[in-house]
Design a protein around this ligand. Structure first.
Ligand code: SF4
Ligand code: SF4
Ligand code: SF4
Ligand SMILES: [Zn+2]
Length: 462
């Protein structure tokens, strides 16, 4: 095809026979496609991006991965059968996730699980798995408890205590918030344990909740935000984004986030796996791509086109992020603009919070000194300078325990992410082998999130 481009060769999944098949990433018709070729079922194409130049810019952001200190599996016999991690995996674990229960008090059409999943991790299994994780990673900076609804685990408090005594600097809990809303003692546990509630929050319109969560929930979500802020319970917002449901309202949600005390905002375009893949609520030919989601989010009045960049530790097709310093009420400075892209990439890859480890801190400090001469003396620039100087002065001479770093980051940094999880139709093994988001299993195995979803849930019917 004239004008078509070929980017890379990979392996995917045939939607008919569910076998691994050769695939390639190509551009055609001003779009980027994952094109799979099955010997029995022919060619199948899945949309990757509607923005060819944007996709090519993202590809340029690839950085080499970091090896973990050790791996669960010493040999490789096939991907993803050898998870892991196995010797072929090209990235360590930036975000470990422990699914501690499959119980849930909602039945979201958009859920990545199916009703058949019944599972509960014991605190003992969790403790042992965490100690394996420390063998792989050394320090465990960040850990997420997930489910189901993890707060429904009858021994939830024990998981928090175990994570804390294992030295996890930042513990986050993915939650729909319903139990937190009605249980002050549980909220107190979050506040005391410095646990971040990663609250599902898909938009500011009940029609969105009806379609994604199966019932109206806006009032509950707004009350939760109010309560979290009044009780100083640290929280972040997590939104599923679906084309034709809330893709037109992503910037409104970002505006809400910037006005709130939430630490971060994560968007997850729907992946057609589990109930989301089998329930028929979401169409396979109506995908919200990463580039399209980013373009919608960047319409926020606090953001600018180009603010979001690929997260360099995973494959550039997986995720994008933007970080902002809080300069003053309603003023945010893009860290990427401030540092310039190469330095920004240095401080954000393979890390959970930029600039708060020693190397990242030095990069940012150098840039502040450099900026002294280049900034004008306009009141705006003075304000920026004063705020950044104050921030770094507060860090000066400090021992950087991971906990202090997170505390400091919380008050001064806001971040926005998009995470484009794969499903059996969009599966690209090239992305999988560089995955840095891993499920921590009871026996100490680490399984990249998308591999876990692929193994458990066959996805939409062909
Ligand atoms: S996904 Fe990674 S850890 Fe799992 S089998 Fe493939 S290369 Fe190995
Ligand atoms: S998406 Fe979360 S809250 Fe909704 S049913 Fe699934 S586990 Fe429960
Ligand atoms: S979980 Fe999936 S989308 Fe996310 S980094 Fe891993 S492979 Fe990429
Ligand atoms: Zn096939």
């Amino acid at each position: 095809m004239a004008g078509a481009k070929f980017y890379s060769q990979t392996t995917s999944w045939c939607p008919e026979c569910r076998q691994k098949v050769p695939a390639r990433i190509v551009s055609a018709d001003s779009r980027v496609w994952l094109e799979k070729v099955c010997g029995r079922h022919g060619v199948d194409r899945v949309l990757v991006s509607e923005d060819v130049p944007g996709y090519e810019r993202r590809l340029a952001h690839t950085r080499p991965g970091l090896a973990p200190l050790s791996r669960f599996n010493p040999g490789f016999a096939g991907c993803p059968e050898s998870c892991g991690l196995c010797p072929e995996h090209r990235q360590h674990t930036c975000l470990p996730v422990a699914e501690i229960t499959s119980r849930c008090d909602l039945g979201c059409p958009v859920c990545l699980k199916t009703d058949g999943d019944v599972y509960e991790m014991t605190p003992g299994e969790f403790r042992r798995a965490l100690s394996r994780l420390r063998e792989y990673e050394g320090e465990v900076m960040l850990l997420n408890l997930s489910g189901g609804e993890p707060t429904l685990h009858p021994e939830f408090g024990k998981f928090v205590n175990i994570a804390r005594s294992a030295g996890v600097a930042q513990l986050t809990v993915s939650t729909n918030g319903l139990r937190l809303l009605n249980d002050p003692a549980l909220r107190e546990l979050f506040v005391r344990g410095n646990v971040v509630a990663a609250l599902q929050f898909d938009g500011l319109d009940d029609e969105i909740y009806l379609k994604l969560r199966g019932r109206k929930l806006l009032e509950e979500k707004l009350r939760l935000v109010e309560i979290f802020e009044a009780e100083k319970l640290p929280y972040s917002l997590v939104a599923v984004a679906a084309r034709g449901v809330n893709d037109h309202a992503l910037a409104d949600l970002a505006d809400f986030f910037f006005q709130s005390e939430a630490l971060s905002l994560m968007f997850q375009p729907v992946a057609l796996t589990g109930r989301a893949g089998s329930g028929g609520a979401f169409r396979t030919d109506n995908r919200l791509t990463l580039d399209r989601a980013v373009a919608e989010i960047e319409k926020s009045k606090h953001m600018a086109p180009g603010d979001m960049a690929p997260i360099a530790c995973s494959h550039p097709g997986c995720a994008a992020s933007a970080y902002y310093f809080k300069i003053g009420p309603n003023r945010f400075l893009s860290l990427k603009d401030f540092l310039g892209f190469p330095q920004y990439q240095k401080v954000t890859s393979n890390r959970s919070f930029p600039g708060l480890d020693l190397e990242g801190h030095q990069v940012i400090k150098d840039r502040i000194y450099e900026s002294w001469s280049s900034l004008t003396s306009s009141p705006g620039d003075k304000e920026v300078r004063a705020r950044i100087r104050e921030f770094f002065k507060s860090l000066e001479g400090r021992e950087f325990t991971p906990e202090q770093a997170f505390e400091t980051g919380r008050d001064s940094v806001k971040s926005v992410f998009v995470h484009g999880l794969m499903d059996p139709l969009s599966f690209d093994f090239d992305r999988l082998v560089k995955c840095c988001n891993h499920y921590l299993q009871a026996g100490g195995r680490l399984v990249p999130m998308c591999a876990h979803n692929l193994a458990k849930h066959p996805g939409p019917p062909a």
